[in-house]
Design a binder for this molecule. Sequence first.
Ligand code: GLN
Length: 309
Amino acid sequence: MPLDFNAIFAEILRSIEPDRGCGKVADYIPALAAIDRMKFGMCVSLENGDTHCVGDAEERFSIQSISKVFTLSMVLRKVGDDLWKRVGREPSGSPFNSIVQLEMERGIPRNPLINAGAIVVTDHLVSDFGPAAMIDELLNRLRMLAGDPSIAVDEDVASSEASVGARNRALANFMQSFGNLHNPVEETLAAYFSHCAISMNCRQLARAALFLAFNGRDPISGKQMVTGEACRRINAVMMSCGHYDNSGDFTYRIGLPGKSGVGGGILVVSPGHGSIAVWSPGLNKAGTSHVGSLALETLVRLTGWSVFV
Ligand code: GLN
């Protein structure tokens, strides 16, 4: 029997109501500080092209670290397993911008979904494409998948983050001292800040990630975005590392590969079923949307879409 998304969304709205507005917005990036914490949007994208949306699902927000899933897809397609010489694939158990493990592990970040690892992925792509062309390539993929040529970098958010980017500069310089950054720090970081500052809405994000639910092949366009093997690996890394020091709790509660961003978005993949994007700007201590996680918990309970069934 097809799922009744109207009933599912009604139940989700009931389940989040007491917590609506809870959490703290990511005010360490000045341009994100003024976002309304009451916002909530969600969209589910299915194999047959149907999308089911609720709330502020059409409003664009800063995708921030969710972009790391798409840069990881690009780099695996380009360099394959060579990536793992420069970045690990173990959960960090540490905050997203932590530096401590980098010294013990000689400049090799724990995984590609924390800041240090994503900066290495970006550095790889800057070497392969050039700094501007890598952003163009990423935007073109997102525009093609989401069917919207207007998807773009919010330059105000990118320069806002660059103006307060001391921690990411420290990470990048530290990795460079171990030889694990191949381009000038400022060049790689400019590309990193740009892809974090891409604006998309829940509908576009869910749609753009649909290939991750179907063995790397976008079921609508028929395009093979990554190999089936790379797709399984991306989902595995999202499952174990997608939410920094909150990854274990997220997997315990939701049981799906996912990636959060400090803009309040969470992207989740249910292999064989569909992809889901949720947005609510109030964050928990680890930088994952508080209300977004609650909504996903309810969605998984009602759909039976957890990979652990
Ligand atoms: N651009 C943000 C940063 O580097 C991304 C962090 C996040 O979304 N967790 O701090």
